[in-house]
Design a binder for this molecule. Structure first.
Ligand code: DCP
Length: 157
């Protein structure tokens, strides 16, 4: 299992998992956690969107501010799918296939614009996210905040 370490690097912590008979790890007995496909990477998404905009001569419209507004618009479209439904359980058990696909489209729009915004702002997003996660871990030590959703500013020491 990959883990972002405090220095911002990704470490492989899977070696600590015990291996059972057929090569499956002991983790297999735990409830299965949802995981993403390994591809496309964030860099793949950046390149595919760059090809899409180049083919249409749309870079003239894709300045940082326009991309930010477009992304926020798409976040609004995600919100629309959730509005007035009350709390929604993990896995969206009551949603139809069509609603799930709509959500997949809108989340993808957000990601596409986010990745292009990062590119146009010269933020290397995969590395930036590792640095930010390292900061998050320092700000919220698990031993201190376990089971509490308080903001770091609310802790006395
Ligand atoms: N100038 C544009 C227009 C679209 N797109 C791409 C990125 C998004 O993934 C998607 C957004 O397309 P729309 O603006 O048509 O938005 P929706 O797909 O959400 O359609 P609708 O607003 O009808 O739900 O297409 C883009 O890169 N640049």
């Amino acid at each position: 299992m990959l883990h972002a370490s405090s220095n911002g690097n990704i470490e492989d912590t899977s070696k600590s998992h015990s291996v059972v008979g057929n090569g499956a790890t002991a983790e297999a007995s735990q409830p299965q956690r949802f995981t993403f496909s390994p591809q496309p990477t964030i860099e793949d998404i950046r390149r595919l969107q760059a090809e899409f905009t180049d083919e249409r001569d749309w870079n003239q419209f894709h300045q940082p501010r326009n991309l930010l507004l477009a992304m926020v618009g798409e976040v609004g479209e995600v919100s629309e799918l959730f509005q007035w439904r009350g709390e929604v359980a993990e896995g969206l058990p009551d949603w139809t296939e069509s609603e799930r696909e709509q959500l997949a489209h809108e989340l993808s729009d957000v990601l596409i614009y986010l990745v292009e915004l990062a590119e146009k702002c010269r933020v290397d997003l995969p590395q930036a996210v590792l640095r930010k996660m390292a900061l998050n871990r320092m700000k919220y030590p698990a031993s201190k905040v376990h089971g509490s959703a308080k903001k770091y500013t609310e802790y006395k020491d």
